[in-house]
Design a binder for this molecule. Sequence first.
Ligand SMILES: Nc1ncnc2c1ncn2[C@@H]1O[C@H](COP(=O)(O)OP(=O)(O)OP(=O)(O)O)[C@@H](O)[C@H]1O
Length: 597
Amino acid sequence: MFRTTKRIIQWCGEYKKRLYLGFVCAFFATWFGAAPTMVAAYTLGKAIDSARQGLPFDKNLIGLSFAAIVILVLLRYFFSYWRAKLQESIGYEIAAKQRIKIGDILKRVSLGYFQENSAGDILSTVTTELSSLEYQGMRIINEVVNGYINVVAIILCLGFFSIPAALVAAGGVALSLLFLHGVSVQSEKNAPVNEKAVEEMSGATIEYVRGLPIVKSFGQEGASIASMKKACNDSKNINIKIEKGFTPFNCLHLFSLKLASVGLVLVTAYMTYNGQMELPIMLMFCMFSFTIFGSVEAVNDSAHVLGVIDSAMDKLEKVEQATYIDQNGTDITLAAYDIEFNHVSFGYDSREILHDVSFKIPQNTTTAVVGRSGSGKSTLCNLIAKFYDVNAGTVKIGGRNVKDFTCDSLLRNISMVFQNVYLFHDTVKNNIKFGNPNATDEEIIIAAKKARCHDFILSLPDGYDTMVGEGGSSLSGGEKQRISIARAILKDSPIVILDEATASIDPENEHLIQEAISELTHGKTIITIAHRLATIQNADKILVVDDGKIAQQGTHRELIEQEGVYKRFIEIREKAEGWNIDKELVTSVCFLVPISF
Ligand SMILES: Nc1ncnc2c1ncn2[C@@H]1O[C@H](COP(=O)(O)OP(=O)(O)OP(=O)(O)O)[C@@H](O)[C@H]1O
């Protein structure tokens, strides 16, 4: 328990001073909270004493007691206010900074990190784990530290009046600590189980929400809802089991403190009876005895979540210790933008995907990367952007190994347009501005016009200020793609990596996208995963990827003369595009038939 408390104090870092001052305030607040009862009890004792001795009661004492109680209550609220002011926002302030820090860390890790750590895992670290720290951390620390400081002070105070009373209180607290240790052990044991259940529930929910379109289109619940239901049930059962495990320790902890309170009454009553203690003092302790351990009772609640907090901190430390892919990188400014792969081998896991790949892409040329699905085209592009580290060989841009760059300085030079565009839940304007946060509104509009999306943006309800659904869900595939091209135009980087849209985009959108791409790629070094024959044939260089190797490279003219993968690929594409054209003709004819009649 004290180890976790120490960890939370360390976690507070630069806020420690405020935390310690808060402890001082909490200490005074507790004592000023207890003092009115003691004053009242003492005054009552004096009144009884006077009555017993037949002496007139000193009326000034009532006035003095009343004034003292009012002042003590005010002081209690003064210190409570300052404790809250100093301590309560610390958790939120640190958690906000830590979330931003984790965001930065995730930006700098290899994409392989996200395979080893599931989305549910990362999500629960940033939300649930950090939330438990920000909400509970300060409360726990206040209860544990303040609780035990108070107990020590109470025992010392009791010792001042009566050593036996102090010993009874100390015995009760020691016994309660024993049972509290049981609560902490249970909490530490249960936290990972509970956490795993929460992770599984988050993962299953993400999976379910992502798969909803498929679930709906197939008109059935699917496996995802079954695993979500199972995860929810598991979580419920685990929580019930955990609570049952805590119950005996909770009861014994509270029982030991109540026993100490009763013991205190008995000891002080006995001492008063024997004339070893004055009646007012005895009454003061009797009234105080059942609230005296209140601060230690509260520690019980904290002990329940100590394990959760401990394991949340373990997970945060794990994320913070993630290895950056640009650990040894420096900020490099490039003078040239040619790209070179030199005997590169790479695998996402133990399976090697690219085998001894070598090629050169001269600056300001267009290179089409072609090959069967799964041959390794996207993998190749991912390595240019250093999303992953190569297993062997080197990838160089402008003669510099990509390993030597920081991610920021490397990606400053590269724009990527993916087939599956992700737009943020923000305005259209801010989604485009993502390419260049310093861009003015005029520059954003110019980029949007070049990307052929200005007109459709103006037709949206709030124009450029229209909110885009998460992931871009409120826009069509072609619209999203053009916005992502506008974003890349605004970034204006010298290297552009494009994953060309496939036949799934309709002809009109494809035409607009092609126009947008021409604006984007003008005078740059282009690497395009090409599907359209026109792009492939017009490229300065074609890289034919087959089973993770560069099977052929050259221009269209050179390659079409050779028997090999490329020739077969082109024949298949010609058939596919021919079929597409026929299909469009058929569709148009069918569409026209009713009109002509
Ligand atoms: N993140 C990943 N983890 C493990 N294996 C992966 C990962 N991404 C791709 N692969 C595997 O690497 C191989 C090459 O994939 P890649 O996406 O580079 O192919 P591609 O040629 O771009 O395919 P497509 O044209 O279908 O997009 C495939 O066998 C794929 O299963």
